[in-house]
Ligand binder design. Structure first.
Ligand SMILES: NC(=O)c1ccc[n+]([C@@H]2O[C@H](COP(=O)([O-])OP(=O)(O)OC[C@H]3O[C@@H](n4cnc5c(N)ncnc54)[C@H](OP(=O)(O)O)[C@@H]3O)[C@@H](O)[C@H]2O)c1
Length: 342
């Protein structure tokens, strides 16, 4: 299978302060390398945009190393092998790996598992990009967050923030499939309609309409038992007020903080955790990779039976990735944000 002699990549041009700007990114044309022994050359086809990439733009990064200024960004991506000098990989194979933000990626097939390409099973009913969404880390985050981290129990009233987003929209549906009452919050009336009418949430509110605590109390007058936290800040504070005794929180993300330029204050009402015997547990999806097979089997079944609505917001072409990334942080996406690479 042939390939071009050059491809494009996006580098971090400057560390953003507050909301990223397009000038913080640089699109560069680079030669496509030839694979050496043990290496695989992949033409990337779809890449994921993830809020955590914003954390990696800060000096020092976080649980993942910081992106370096002048170097290409990276992140989850799927593609097709175009040249291989590694056993187990052949031209035409569909793979998932971590070298996104570029059109071609050269990978060492013998690297540690996180850094090497992994084969994915793509067929008539399963697209490669589904492995960036419902069948990948996005889906596992929602699944493990509810079931393993927050130990979702029969009768739980479940609150999910950023409910129209990639993880949130799957979490809403998984909780509904398990028979729970679900409250979802999102940033617009249109998104709330999507969460209620298409995803099946029992109640929703737009957090921009007023005080989050009051909005949640109105949507869940008898309180909640489980909070799936994608936002942090005011949403976590509201949930702590509404949680009933023995309630549980899966701390999945804090997108409300990622663009912050000042240190973020903690919730003012954390004492509720003491008084109500709450459990707040943070997690990364990677702590639950051992659940991936079981999760995929269940998710494939739901997808086959059309029991999961899966929305995507797609940017066409690598050059549009920075704008799409900024848009996702602002809430311009519904469902999973992807970039289609040409
Ligand atoms: N723990 C893990 O392993 C793991 C894995 C994946 C993702 N995550 C976390 O899960 C969360 C969702 O990620 P995702 O990939 O599914 O992204 P997403 O929800 O598809 O996109 C981000 C959404 O966040 C909302 N948002 C932005 N600023 C906000 C604010 N100040 N207050 C409330 N909502 C805000 C926006 O929706 P609105 O229009 O509704 O504001 C936006 O659409 C993030 O916190 C992410 O870091 C964690």
């Amino acid at each position: 299978m042939g390939h071009e002699s050059t491809g494009r990549e996006i580098r971090l041009a400057a560390r953003p302060s507050g909301e990223p700007r397009e000038s913080d990114f640089e699109l560069v044309e680079v030669p496509v390398p030839e694979p050496q022994d043990g290496e695989v050359l992949v033409r990337n086809t779809w890449m994921s945009l993830d809020p955590a990439m914003r954390i990696r733009m800060h000096e020092g990064g976080s649980y993942m190393p910081a992106f370096e200024v002048g170097r290409p960004l990276d992140g989850a991506v799927v593609g097709e092998v175009v040249d291989s000098r590694a056993p187990g990989f052949a031209a035409g194979d569909s793979v998932i790996h971590r070298l996104g933000w570029r059109e071609y990626a050269l990978l060492d097939a013998n690297a540690p598992p996180r850094d090497r390409p992994a084969q994915i099973d793509v067929g008539d009913s399963t697209s490669a990009r589904a492995y960036l969404g419902p069948l990948g880390v996005t889906g596992l985050t929602a699944y493990a967050g509810l079931i393993d981290v927050a130990e979702m129990r029969e009768g739980d009233v479940v609150f999910i923030s950023a409910a129209a987003g990639a993880v949130g929209s799957l979490a809403v549906q998984i909780a509904k499939l398990r028979g729970h009452t679900v409250i979802g919050s999102a940033g617009s009336a249109e998104k709330c309609r999507f969460v209620a009418e298409e995803l099946g949430a029992d109640a929703t509110f737009c957090y921009r309409d007023g005080d989050v605590g009051q909005l949640l109390a109105a949507a869940a007058p008898d309180g909640i038992d489980l909070y799936f936290d994608n936002v942090g800040g005011d949403h976590l504070e509201a949930a702590l007020d509404s949680l009933r005794g023995g309630g549980r929180v899966a701390l999945c993300g804090a997108i409300g903080d990622y663009n912050a330029t000042e240190p973020v204050k903690g919730p003012s009402n954390l004492f509720h955790a003491v008084a109500k015997g709450l459990t707040l547990r943070g997690f990364l999806a990677r702590y639950y990779v051992h659940r991936m097979d079981e999760f995929r089997t269940e998710m494939r079944g739901w997808l086959r039976e059309d029991r999961i609505v899966y929305r995507e917001t797609v940017a066409d072409g690598l050059e549009r990735a920075p704008r799409a990334f900024i848009g996702m942080l602002r809430g311009e996406n519904t469902g999973k944000t992807l970039v289609k690479l040409r």
